[in-house]
Design a protein around this ligand. Sequence first.
Ligand code: ATP
Length: 207
Amino acid sequence: MADYIVGIAGGIGSGKTAVSERFRVHGIDVVDADVEARRVVAAGEPALAEIATRFGAAVLQPDGTLDRAALRERVFSDVRERRWLERLTHPRINSRIAAGLLAAASPYAILVNPLMRQRDPRAHRILVVDVPESVQVQRTTDRDGVTEAQARAVLASQIDRAARLEFADDVIVNDGSLADLQAAVDRLHRRYLQCTGAQKQVDRVDR
Ligand code: ATP
């Protein structure tokens, strides 16, 4: 279990994955809530069978895997079904996150949580990846091949930028090049190593 956990928040297309990949280059273990959310509904998982029982074959691909777009469509405008889905998946996602953090062996660990709407209590420090909305929309349309309107619709459903910045301890403004982003991560990595060292000293004094 890492002694120190840094939570990463940021809106769609802000650069959370690019940031966490750079932390990985430094040997830092990363747990990504999005990745775990996909794993709990992967082929063979009990949650997928429950989803298929509730919503039928319409939410499955021909090969039996989840049709994420169809499911999203199905629960988008139906609060009751959305809650049902959240009750099914959230505890499983959270236990996978807990297991991932427990297994982390690096000096500190990263927890990427795209849905963070307030400080994630599992993290000791929160790093927000911040970008102007126009950049966010541009990078999302380039990456996903979606329309500007679709990217803006997702953006509108997320916590707004100012509210997210309110709970940040650290901020990376990702409006430059990928090299700039990596340099910013490298600086923070050095700082987090120091925080971890300080934490260990506090632990020793407490003992
Ligand atoms: P989501 O929450 O939507 O999964 P994210 O926050 O993880 O997104 P990334 O996937 O890391 O965002 O970045 C979005 C896209 O923008 C990717 O294609 C990534 O390669 C690109 N990107 C990120 N940062 C930069 C940068 N500084 N310069 C150019 N492209 C970038």
